[in-house]
Design a binder for this molecule. Structure first.
Ligand SMILES: [Zn+2]
Length: 467
């Protein structure tokens, strides 16, 4: 076969992954070119073996086969782990000591989407790396060779590793919703070994997602789980996104605990064994989280939103725990530091099983500020960063107290508000948090005024899409 070069649709080379609509912007030829180019990069770093996995989408097997062909054509040997959640592929990279990994996944997106998440060595492959991959493919800058491929079932090893950190306590009744996503592959191997009673919903892997959309940050997707938790009298409920790198949780009263609330509980737990440790959370997180980390004896660090960015920062500074509002949570205290929602669930069960309080009581014990959800509203790509810069310029001139680690997060005596540009969509993101409703209204007024000075109007909360 003669291959000279490959051009990707420009929209698919994104900040944290390669992703598009199958048959429109993503085709098997793209998967093959990704394999060939990624394989070339691995080979030039002296690597030889890559782990490959794929989610339960209907298009995934074909894309995985094409990607594998590209990898072997570059001379790489492929360990194919089959259908798996993204964190199980990450685990495979460590477990077989591969020189990199590729997961075919459309994450939480609709069924017709699919994409590629990559790991070079043990590190996230993102940002500039993905742009470079696109440029190399466009030139046909490829190595040539004849690698091998081998299928390997790592489920038992993966489950054993996760279960190693379980701390049994009181028996819990737990409802799990894998949302017909890829966690369905591994959930039985875990829950059948746990004490207590476990109810699994939507376990069958089905890329058409017949029950609901596999995104636990949208409350509508948690309704089925909330009902089961309440009807069956469960202690808690756990939900996953389509590829298992984000977690959602419900307390025994059927109420959602958001990523930043869960992080308070995990932080307290981790800090017991690691006093003074730094714990990282993204700029969208509640002030409650940063305050509670400090109160538990830790050093809170606010960082940019973006799972690859946070994962890399955690590795860089050696933090034991990091997380995002979005439900990407990274444990490195006794785990690998990647976002494995099933592992996070076990760490939550450890806390609840060994506490006198219920999860609902823990939730009620947290300070309860009044905040908006994440407000997302359209702004063209060529304008979004400029708007944030303009707002920041005016705020600095006015002597405002702010952090500009990612957009602007402005502190006032009422609380804080955030404005940042999405790295992945033509969208501005905002959030406000205050001690009471009057304070929240004042913050929203300030945000509105700051935006209107740049010609952008803040839509009503109901009109602005949630995460
Ligand atoms: Zn995901």
């Amino acid at each position: 076969m003669t291959e000279t070069a490959h051009k990707f649709d420009p929209t698919v080379l994104r900040e944290y992954d390669i992703r598009g609509i199958v048959g429109r912007t993503i085709h098997p030829a793209d998967a093959r070119a990704i394999g060939r180019t990624f394989g070339t990069l691995v080979k030039r770093k002296g690597g030889k073996r890559v782990a490959l996995g794929f989610d339960g989408r209907l298009s995934s097997p074909e894309l995985a086969a094409a990607c594998q062909a590209g990898l072997t054509a570059a001379g790489l040997d492929v360990i194919n782990i089959g259908v798996a959640a993204t964190p199980m592929l990450y685990f495979a990279v460590y477990h077989v000591d591969a020189d990199g990994g590729i997961q075919i996944t459309g994450s939480h997106n609709p069924p017709d989407y699919n994409g590629f998440k990559m790991m070079m060595g043990k590190k996230s492959f993102f940002g500039e790396d993905i742009q470079k991959l696109g440029a190399m493919a466009a030139k046909g800058d490829w190595e040539r060779g004849q690698g091998t491929s081998e299928s390997r079932n790592i489920l038992a090893d993966y489950a054993a590793r996760l279960l190693r950190d379980v701390k049994p306590g009181k028996k819990l009744k737990v409802a799990w919703d894998t949302g017909n996503g890829a966690v369905g592959v591994s959930i039985r191997a875990i829950v059948d070994k746990l004490p207590g009673e476990h109810i699994v919903l939507n376990e069958r892997v089905d890329g058409t997602f017949p029950a609901h959309h596999p995104d636990p940050t949208v409350p509508a997707n948690l309704e089925q789980l909330m009902d089961v938790v309440k009807q069956r009298g469960c202690d808690l409920g756990i939900a996953f996104d389509g590829d298992g790198d984000r977690i959602g949780a419900i307390d025994g009263k059927g109420r959602i605990l958001w990523g930043d609330q869960l992080l308070v509980l995990w932080s307290r737990d981790v800090l017991k064994g690691r006093p003074g440790a730094t714990i990282i959370a993204d700029v969208k997180a509640s002030q409650v989280l940063f305050d509670e980390i400090a109160r538990a004896g830790g050093k809170p660090m606010m960082f940019k939103t973006g799972h690859s960015l946070i994962k890399s920062k955690l590795a860089e500074i050696g933090a034991p725990l990091a997380g995002e509002m979005s439900g990407h949570i990274f444990f490195a205290d006794t785990f690998y530091g990647f976002d494995d929602a099933l592992y996070c669930a076990l760490r939550l069960l450890n806390i609840v099983a060994n506490a006198r309080e219920s999860l609902a009581e823990m939730r009620d014990g947290l300070p309860q500020p009044v905040n908006t959800p994440e407000l997302r509203f359209d702004c063209p790509d060529e304008r979004k960063f400029a708007v944030v810069e303009e707002v920041k310029g005016r705020l600095l001139k006015a002597g405002a107290k702010l952090s500009d680690i990612d957009g602007v997060r402005v502190s006032t005596k009422d609380g804080w508000w955030l404005l940042r540009a999405s790295n992945t969509q033509p969208v501005l993101v905002a959030r406000c948090e205050a001690a009471d409703q009057a304070g929240l209204d004042r913050l929203k007024g300030e945000l509105k005024a700051a935006l209107s000075a740049s010609g952008v109007s803040l839509p009503d909360e109901s009109a602005a899409g949630h995460h």
